[in-house]
Design a protein around this ligand. Structure first.
Ligand SMILES: [Zn+2]
Length: 319
């Protein structure tokens, strides 16, 4: 499994930096919202049955949440937080800085454009903002030129590796409650139906993402599997909240459609990582040795994937 870190996570009580419970933030209920202590920002306290220790989570928005086990004595918190103050400030500042570097379209709720980076070898974040607009015009030109070709899958297969893949999204309001996503031309889709209903639009777009991921990432996974001689059984595509991909004991691989938004070197890392899980179902030394054998320069990618959430536009996660 390749973890998708949407939170910075700190095991405050025992001082270990750990993030094995990325999903835990969704468990339990918020029982208290607090004004900031010392120089700390305001934070929320969440009680969790699953939590064994106090842990501090900082969301990509810079919100601080303290997860405590049930019946944890609240009066102990100020001390714990004071000790972790430096970590909280540093981490929060980094997350907010990262966010400032995310593409402009990250906050968009109803996108009129989708940029996939999975074909792009460019890892440079600073260039992403300009590219999105520049490549929109380019994509449209390409789309017009290829306007006669039937089916939108075919056209994308003609795009060269190393490019951003830009799709424009049209909204076509129609009576009734059914919202559909219709591919009409290469690099262009239409969301049709109740287009005022944001969650419905986002939901059909997610379905479309899953379709694209299976169509585009599937063949690539099979090719890599063949190249590095690590066969798998079945591929499924989902929109996991906490991981980029996973591999079962039956060698079934499940990919997150959000991978479409990541630059190619990171997607490649995730695919090799999961294929290596067909041999080792853990993150043991043997596992990493195999990853290193199949992909000698994996270390920088492994590091870079930790911040890769910011490539995924906000609306993809919206509920
Ligand atoms: Zn793994």
């Amino acid at each position: 499994m390749t973890q998708l870190n949407l939170f910075a996570n700190d095991q405050a009580a025992n001082g270990q930096a750990a993030n094995s419970q990325t999903g835990a933030a969704e468990q339990g209920t918020i029982i208290e919202e607090t004004e900031g202590l010392f120089n700390l920002p305001a934070y929320k306290i969440r009680e969790s049955k699953r939590a064994k220790h106090v842990s501090i989570k900082i969301s990509v928005e810079g919100e601080v949440e303290v997860v405590v086990p049930t019946r944890f004595e609240r009066s102990r918190l100020p001390d714990i937080l004071e000790k972790r103050q430096e970590w909280i400030e540093k981490t929060r500042a980094k997350l907010l800085r990262d966010r400032a570097n995310t593409p402009e379209d990250w906050q968009v709720e109803q996108p009129d454009m989708v940029v996939f980076r999975w074909r792009s070898r460019d890892m440079d974040d600073a260039s992403m903002q300009g590219q999105a607009t520049a490549s929109k015009a380019k994509a449209q030109k390409t789309a017009n030129a290829k306007g006669k070709s039937k089916g939108f899958g075919k056209a994308s297969a003609q795009q060269k590796v190393g490019e951003l893949e830009t799709w424009s999204i049209n909204y076509d309001a129609k009576p009734g409650n059914i919202t559909r996503c219709i591919p009409d031309r290469p690099y262009q889709i239409t969301v049709s139906g109740n287009t005022d209903h944001l969650p419905a639009c986002q939901e059909v777009l997610r379905k479309w993402l899953a379709y694209r991921a299976k169509k585009d990432l599937g063949p690539w996974l099979r090719q890599i599997s063949f190249d590095i001689d690590l066969p798998f059984r079945k591929l499924s595509v989902r929109g996991q909240k906490t991981c980029w991909a996973s591999c079962s004991t039956r060698k079934d691989i499940s990919l997150n459609f959000k991978l479409l938004f990541l630059p190619r070197p990171l997607v490649y890392y995730v695919l090799v990582h999961e294929l290596c899980h067909t041999i080792h179902m853990n993150h043991s030394q043997d596992f990493w040795a195999l990853v290193g054998q199949k992909q000698p320069d994996y270390e920088w990618r492994k590091k870079a994937i930790k911040d890769a959430w910011r490539y995924v536009p906000r609306w993809v996660e919206a509920k």
